[in-house]
Design a protein around this ligand. Structure first.
Ligand code: CTP
Length: 415
């Protein structure tokens, strides 16, 4: 797949240095970044910094004799998939809004057909100024996306809205905007697949009031469901405890405890062509949940006896019929690939998505993830990216595996 190309526009504000971090995160996510700076931005940070890190000429002025491309604003603007402005001053917003093209970056904006995302940063009064807000409204009406600044202490020592949004969030929103390339949106490359996914964390009752659970949000599982539906698959999700809404177009079945999730999966399994175990299923549950609320009176300590829960993924693998593909997740803190490979062997999986849950940007509740995708014959890195984008990468790999295992066999095997 060709790399996503981002044109990063840097304008003259104190937050200009944060554009370096944005560029690095975009590169880590597999994007190719080209940088354009306004003259004022170069007062805060040297073009050389970006040049060294992108290995590309950084354009400030079209007319600079050192510029290798004589019609740079046209070529640059045609060769990007997104124009991302970090940070954006009130001045560049005003120029974009009124169509002024008196420098390289403003000319690029006019000459580009790519989507535009703007992350403003400025003094609170400049931000709240009627002219600035009017310009923003006008740009929004023109289809420009904004990553709004947040409240905090500003460089000018005032407190208020105007601080650049966290760089991770800016990158995340940019990746989200690009997550579904037009070629994939409304696609059909997964039509005929019936995908069964476990999502979220399970809750294991201690008594009618309390339970044992974990931090899983369901975001990765739902991202997979959303991506699969967008590509034409039929999707059933067995959901434990989740903190986000399920996507549209998905059949949702509840399975809150490990046992309930197990039962729901086994009911749905015969129709599935692919099973993905994305849930964080408790490995142990209270051996004997109390029927009535446990009272603390007379107890200084309390011991809970736990018993092993059924392993859904192993059982699915055990019961698999010809043509069914089985995919698992492995959340590890050390020797990530080693443990994931042994999980693949032990549970008889076709594909494992291994996470180092200690890595920044790969947490339970995060919108982003970092993983290694492992099959019996391959291993590929999935650098920091939105969970939605990672979902598409995982589905690409499933389709790759499908070439060797025709799906029809799965359903005819069960009929
Ligand atoms: N899984 C499952 N049913 C369980 C436990 C886990 O389906 N009772 C699935 C998860 O959905 C995930 C994979 O198995 O796809 C995770 O494997 P697991 O062995 O549970 O990982 P850990 O608990 O982290 O394993 P270990 O204790 O070996 O570190």
């Amino acid at each position: 797949m060709a790399k996503i190309r981002i044109g990063l526009g840097v304008t003259g504000g104190i937050a200009a240095y944060k554009a370096i971090e944005v560029m690095r995160l975009l590169q880590k996510s597999g994007c190719e970044v080209s940088v354009a700076m306004t003259r004022h931005a170069t007062e805060f940070i040297q073009p050389l910094t970006f040049r060294a890190l992108t290995d590309k000429h950084v354009i400030v002025d079209d007319y600079d004799p050192a510029n290798p491309d004589p019609i740079a604003h046209i070529n640059f603007s045609q060769e990007i998939d997104l124009l991302l402005i970090v940070p954006a001053t009130a001045n560049i917003i005003a120029k974009f809004a009124s169509g002024i093209a008196d420098d390289f970056l403003s000319s690029t904006y006019l000459a580009s057909t790519a989507p535009v995302m703007i992350a403003p940063a400025m003094n609170v009064t400049m931000w709240e100024q009627a002219a600035t807000q009017r310009n923003i409204e006008r740009l929004k009406a023109d289809g420009v996306h904004f990553v709004e600044p947040v409240a905090g202490e500003l460089a000018c020592k005032t407190v208020g809205t105007g601080k650049l949004e966290d760089v991770e969030n800016i990158v995340d929103q940019a990746l989200k905007l690009l997550a579904v390339p037009p070629a994939v949106a409304g696609g059909t490359d997964m039509s005929g697949e019936q995908i069964l996914i476990t999502v979220g964390g399970t809750r294991e009752a201690i008594d009618p009031v309390r339970f044992i659970s974990n931090h899983s949000s369901g975001k990765m599982g739902f991202a997979l469901a959303e991506a699969a539906v967008a590509r034409g698959a039929e999707v059933t999700v067995v959901a434990g405890a989740v903190s986000v809404e399920p996507p549209e177009g998905v059949k949702v079945v509840s399975g809150i405890s490990a046992q309930e999730m197990f039962d729901a999966v086994m009911t749905e399994l015969p129709d599935a062509t692919v099973f993905i175990g994305a849930a964080a299923v408790a490995d142990y549950a209270p051996a004997d949940a109390a029927d009535a609320k446990i009272k603390k009176e007379g107890r200084e300590t309390m011991t809970l006896e736990l018993k092993k829960t059924p392993d859904i993924l192993s059982e699915v693998s055990e019961r698999r019929t010809e043509g069914q593909l089985v995919v698992g997740f492995a959340a590890e803190t050390n020797d990530v690939v080693g443990y994931a490979r042994s999980k693949m062997e032990k549970k008889g999986l076709d594909l494992v998505i291994a996470n180092d849950i200690t890595a920044k940007g790969a947490g339970f509740n995060s919108d982003t993830n970092i993983a290694t995708m492992i099959t019996r014959s391959s291993e590929s890195e999935l650098p920091l990216m939105s969970k939605r984008k990672m979902a598409d990468k995982i589905l690409d790999e499933i389709l790759n595996l499908r070439k060797a295992v025709p799906a029809n066999a799965a359903r005819s095997g069960n009929s």
